[in-house]
Design a protein around this ligand. Structure first.
Ligand code: NAI
Length: 390
């Protein structure tokens, strides 16, 4: 159980790029990183608008001279300080992730990067190589994966409670962009512009989340081939899709489907993962993250509740308040940031034994998301053909 005792003897000196006062995602990064005392926020280049970013940083209590106009200055000036930052989080629009990640690693920083990590597998591989060369980690904020019942599902599947896995149904289908809201909303505008998001909208923005949840639950399954059909129901978004269906075949003969959509009118998030085995199924829904459905063929449905003693120790390790009390996305992100800190510390100590079994959304997970989107786009653009996964 997590009870506020710091898991490390010190706080990692931490900075942010992006995540400014007007951003959607900046606050949850800070809330999660600061929750357990594993990080101290000491510097940042928070905003594309340098003056706004400086004022925002100061309003967070950061020294004025450490609120920088841009990421290049942040990395250069901090590297010159004896007490400079050791880690940085990148929470900017997607087209900037690759360059900022590269610069951060080159400056000797550990990185937490927003998804998608970058736009091409070549870029992802370059980041993998650079992170290895620099002995620094890249964590990716697939935030929902920090919910405790995801690791419970992983353990139950590993324990064979479902039998051989046959089917994985995934979806992330909300309705918030059923109309052209980007006309009034800057945070949505860049999401439907290829200059900012590369080759895809909902495949990269939404689908990679349940894809990673399923990978976490069933890590042994590898995608063999897939087929993707994508649509732009709000016509001005073409060629970017606001809805897509993906069918997948895995190497053990299992099949998967993923529906991602921003035009699922009336739906709040609609993010679900259902894993079907030969004996039983598990289902998790991000709008009810404290419950996991366990359905054994021929028996009544069981709803497993977060924080209860019957769960596996791997799920209870991240419990913060005990069963019955609801935890949410902020706790899930805190669990991930705690893991990022432990991974950074172990990497600095070259503790290979610790890292060998330690799970967190890492650069390989980020690379898989990029690779999957690339394959989906290749399939969709070939008229929704089956393509070998490469
Ligand atoms: P946003 O548009 O609301 O905010 C972007 C922020 O980045 C703003 O503060 C902006 O001033 C700043 N910025 C832009 N370019 C910059 C630069 N070159 N240097 C410094 N700051 C810069 O975007 P939002 O929704 O916060 O998304 C940011 C990232 O987070 C995206 O990659 C998005 O995909 C990801 N995201 C991830 C989520 C998750 O669940 N992991 C959820 C929502 C967003």
């Amino acid at each position: 159980m997590i009870n506020g005792i710091k898991p490390l003897e010190r706080s990692l000196r931490w900075g942010m790029v992006g995540g400014g006062g007007t951003s959607q995602i900046g606050y949850i990064h800070r809330s999660a990183a600061l929750r357990d005392g594993t990080f101290s926020l000491l510097a940042g280049a928070f905003d594309i608008d340098a003056q706004r970013g400086r004022l925002f940083g100061q309003s967070l209590g950061i020294a004025a001279e450490r609120c920088y106009p841009d990421y290049a200055t942040l990395f250069r000036e901090e590297a010159a300080r004896v007490d400079g930052i050791e880690a940085v989080s990148i929470a900017t629009p997607n087209n900037t992730h690759f360059a900022i990640c590269q610069a951060a690693l080159a400056a000797g920083l550990h990185v937490v990067c927003e998804k998608p990590l970058c736009f091409t597998v070549e870029e992802a591989q370059a980041l993998v190589e650079l992170s290895q060369k620099q002995h620094k980690i890249i964590g990716v904020t697939y935030g929902y994966a920090g919910h405790q019942l995801i690791l419970q599902a992983r353990q139950m599947i590993a324990d064979g409670l479902l039998g051989e896995i046959r089917i994985i149904n995934m979806q992330f289908a909300h309705g918030f962009h059923a109309a052209a809201v980007e006309l009034d909303n800057p945070s949505t505008r860049w999401r439907v512009d290829p200059r900012f998001v590369g080759p895809s909208y909902v495949l990269g923005d939404l689908a990679t989340h349940p894809l990673f949840l399923a990978e976490t639950m069933v890590p042994q399954l590898k995608v063999k081939r897939l087929m993707c059909s994508r649509q732009s129901f709000v016509k001005t978004r073409a060629p970017l899709e606001d809805n897509a269906y993906v069918l997948m075949e895995y190497d053990n003969g299992a099949v998967g489907s993923l529906w991602c959509s921003a035009v699922n009118s009336g739906s709040m998030h609609g993010q679900k993962v259902r894993v079907v085995g030969e004996k039983a199924s598990l289902e998790w829904w991000d709008e009810q993250p404290n419950q996991l459905r366990f359905e054994v063929q021929g028996e009544p449905v069981r709803i497993l509740e977060r924080g209860m003693p019957y769960l596996d120790p791997i799920a209870l390790a991240d419990d913060r308040i005990g069963g019955g009390h609801s935890e949410g996305l902020f706790e899930a992100w805190s669990n991930l940031y705690r893991r990022f800190a432990l991974a950074m510390d172990a990497t600095d100590r070259r503790d290979r034994n610790f890292l060998a079994d330690f799970w967190y959304p890492d650069v390989a997970a980020g690379t898989m998301g990029v690779r999957w989107v690339e394959n989906c786009v290749r399939s969709a653009d070939a008229g929704a053909s089956w393509v070998e996964f490469r």
